[in-house]
Write a protein that binds this ligand. Structure first.
Ligand code: CTP
Ligand code: MG
Length: 181
């Protein structure tokens, strides 16, 4: 069923919360195990297994509870097992995008935590859309690319840098993040 404009925006929740939850749950062994390519870290100490698994799972679980909680008001996912697939793809896709961005940042010589405009705001958005477009292409098309879906997409694309900024300032003030970006 068509989730409508609000539903299409709310459906993106797993991607929005996965990264902040990775910040909260992260730390410990880095995914790259400290390995380097050409003298530079593959990913860096900012990308850890705990952050990936912890952020991905908690992001998905919270989103599932949220979707159940509001399901009597609005349907944001198609229902059945496909909903879980979509939710997990959005949360782990977001974190995969973030990891890919770190890979690129290290290759161009940026140190862990260095500010990288545009990339920092959109890496997880691209990752979430790409992974979900692979696992549930028809849902992406139906929700964001047909009818009024593009409006939700535009609202997300415009709103996310603002949301990202606010969340990161809070994360920094509360001592979860080393930088306010
Ligand atoms: N984090 C983690 N594992 C992940 C993603 C994030 O442990 N997969 C934690 C790390 O403690 C990281 C913090 O969340 O430092 C903030 O995430 P982010 O800003 O993405 O990492 P940076 O430290 O800025 O590193 P990079 O320059 O590689 O983005
Ligand atoms: Mg960063």
């Amino acid at each position: 069923m068509n989730a409508g404009l609000i539903g299409a925006i709310l459906a993106f929740l797993p991607a929005l919360i996965a990264n902040p939850l990775a910040v909260v749950t992260g730390g410990g062994t880095p995914i790259d195990g400290g390995r380097k390519i050409g003298g530079r870290r593959i990913l860096g100490d900012g990308k850890t297994w705990r952050g990936l698994i912890g952020g991905g799972l908690t992001g998905a679980v919270i989103s599932i509870l949220f979707a159940y909680g509001i399901s009597s008001f609005i349907d944001i996912y198609p229902g059945s097992n496909r909903s879980y697939l979509i939710i997990f793809s959005l949360s782990f896709g977001a974190l995969t995008g973030d990891i890919m961005a770190s890979f690129i940042k290290r290759r161009i010589g940026k140190k862990r935590g260095a500010k990288t405009p545009f990339v920092d705001q959109y890496d997880f958005v691209v990752g979430a859309f790409v992974l979900t477009a692979i696992t549930a292409p028809d849902w992406i098309i139906e929700t964001y690319l047909s009818g009024d879906g593009w409006i939700a997409l535009v609202i997300l694309i415009i709103g996310i840098p603002l949301l990202h900024r606010i969340v990161n300032i809070i994360g920094y003030k509360w001592g979860f993040k080393n930088e306010p970006w």
